[in-house]
Design a protein around this ligand. Sequence first.
Ligand SMILES: [Ca+2]
Ligand SMILES: [Ca+2]
Ligand SMILES: [Zn+2]
Ligand SMILES: [Zn+2]
Length: 489
Amino acid sequence: MATPRCGVKDKVGPAADGRSKRYALQGSRWRTKNLTYKISKYPTGLNKQEVEKEIANAFSVWTGETDLTFTRKTGHENVHIDIRFEVGEHGDGDPFDGPGGTLAHAYFPVYGGDAHFDDAERWTIRSYRGTNLFQVAAHEFGHSLGLSHSDVKSALMAPFYRGYDPHFTLDQDDVSAIQALYGTKTKSPRGSRPPPPAEEDPELCKDPKIDAMFNTKDGEIIAFKGKHYWKLTDDGVASGYPRRISSTWKELPSNIDAAFTYRNGKTYFFKGTQYWRYINTTMDGDYPKEISDGFTGIPDNIDAATVWTGNGKIYFYKGAKFWRFDPASKPPVRSSYPKLIQNWEGIPNHINAAVTYKGYTYFFQDNAYYRFNDRLFKVDDANPAFPRSTAYWWFGCKSANKGTLGNDRWPFAFASNLDVADTYDDYGNLDSVGDIILDAGGTDELVTSSNHHHENSGGSVNSLHSLKSIQQLLLSIMTTIIARFIVAT
Ligand SMILES: [Ca+2]
Ligand SMILES: [Ca+2]
Ligand SMILES: [Zn+2]
Ligand SMILES: [Zn+2]
């Protein structure tokens, strides 16, 4: 069976660039940006008003990125784009082929701009069954505006129908193509009033558990979940999201384990045994690489990672443990790691994600989050107290619980300051990390002599909860004595 596709011949126009994979322009475009359309023949089996809405939505895909406008006309007026649902031979010498195969075709501006849909298809709206009218229409209107097919598989203008995508967005390739013809968007929609508040995101409000969250180089906050990402604003999700991770960070897989942006402005992504390094959205060299090579001492399959405010050291979390990675030290992970997350008052094990934001570190687990006070080394006191709902406080889901989530989430309270001094010992200015440890700047500590120096020099050790941690403490005191002895001699 042939893959369902658009009936417009591939590569009608000269490709914009013969070498790299990208969009192609047919060669004609409309002189006006204010276009009209009419639905002359509706599909069988769909409500007319719903069809009108889906067609309008399909046009709005293109108005979101340009100053184009589309106005629907009725009656006998002449319009730029005439839309018809037809079967078989329908008067233009390019007959439709029954169910499957060709889904639709459309004419470039120079040939009139009309769009025809095969009415033998089962056109559907917001459904995984049948063929999605909105997506196919948005694609055909791309032709009506002057775009040929694109070589980029994730582009709307790729020739094959990929199935219903509930989170459909244009690929950057589509945006570049349409803007090459009609320029970028300069007008805000309908003048003076600010846009309405973003709608709640159904996916995040239903299940706010995320894979990773990180700051971009430019200070934006991004949440990853499955194959999608969202840009977060101060009170919710930015409009136009989610987008596909692969449309922005082309080489990245779905279901990322963790991500952070380091002080050098580079963003690191982790999944399984591997990691990727990016500058903004451009891969910074030959990736993926093995975590065991670039982040020696850090385990595979991590839960989360953060760059600590202040000291710039990188913390990796997995299960009940955390590791501190100091790019300036050799080895970057000291032998006293991993340590137990329970040493940090109020933070649960098995976190899903962590991020630093406005001087605090936030930990996310299932539907809840905790704000950690990096100075006091405990979960912050606040009203309502933590843990709180990620859906309400981060994703702007107004129906989510605003108050403190059940205390049964975290039945223990530990109050060990074991790591306080350890974390504030070094404000070195590093400009590199990861697989470029070798050229890290010269703020290296005297690792050989002060390796365990900090374990008991700062905060008091005031609670111990297992034989194992007593053993760890005794070991660290012994090592400190030995280390000081070495220094003294
Ligand atoms: Ca067909
Ligand atoms: Ca994670
Ligand atoms: Zn097409
Ligand atoms: Zn036709």
